[in-house]
Design a protein. Sequence first.
Length: 409
Amino acid sequence: MREISIKRAAMINAAASYSCVLLQLVFNGILARMLSPDDYGIVTVVSVFTTFFTVMANMGIGPAVIQNKELTDEDISNIFSFNFYAAIVTMLVFAVFSIPLSKFYGNHIYVSIGCLLSVSLFFHTMNIVPHSLLLKQKRFMLIGVRMIVVAVTSNGAAVILAALGYKYYALVWQAIVSAVVAFLWNYGSVRIKLRIKFSFASVKKIFSFSVFQMAYSIINYFSKNIDNLVIGKYISDSALGYYDKAYKVTLYPQNNLTNVITPTLHPILSAHQKDKSYIYKQYMNVVKVLSLLGMFISIYCHFASAEVIGILFGSQWGASVPCISFLSFSIWAQVVAASAPSIFQSAGNPKNLFISSLFNIAVILAAVTAGVMSGDIVRISLYITIAFNINFFVTYYMLVKRTLCMSFS
């Protein structure tokens, strides 16, 4: 297979990602004017848990498949078959879980939403191995086209359903359509054999890598979502809707700068996993670009927060503006740090990634606790921003000093 550079891979991914960004901004702007903050708040609560179940079902298998260069077609088939059973269990458990979830939040609507989203969970889980294989094979062009197709079909379905008056169910079906289309596209591209009986020995080949990756993913999930869980429970759905909109705006730079490069880093640099100096040199070129862009966007979003909200979502979301004003100062840290897990993985050291995540979640928990005690989503935004900036330095100490054995300064 012809070697592809990080630059070329990133350019291919960028073309697809930025096309999706434009589509997403247009569709989000339309949906934000058709749906209320309560609609978004209701779905956000359940989506937090679907993300957790997706992480649990993944079990670190995706990165492990990319990292291990010794896996045979037989091994891939066995791992995919194992994932099939994991997908079924995940779907059923989440459907049942929606019952106590509805009682906890005092809203029976979470039962029907949970049962529907369990379908998207099944296809998300089934997509883990096919998607990882496409990355491992460096088929970035195919992945890019798929991203655009998924964005158009899922968001288009959501807009149609919202226009028909389906309210928050429009967002639910958006998730389902996205998961189904992505899986069918990827599975049709790799054609992995699915077996009723499979050998667990293939799963054991990736266990030592995947176990720390899974542990990190679980910790990272809670650090990213604990604020949504707590706000939805102890403040209100509408407050969660305003906060979540602000938080997601600050994630746009991370998702559409870092995520242009990050998916390409692990598949390419993992081929040099024994040469830490090479990984460090290549990665520092990436960090320089991300840090400069991240700092510029942080400053811009702080001073233009009112205009950003007004243009993207309309005047009804004005309560999100103070949140963005604070959260914008975390953008630079999030943009740069979001690329770090790929380097931990490329160096074959998910254990250090997990260790750094333990400290990070402790800081996030302290920030969320202090913010919720104040009962103010603006205070929460401030404390979360401080936490992200602290965690940036911890993550890079573990990466540069402890993992790549280079100078932290």
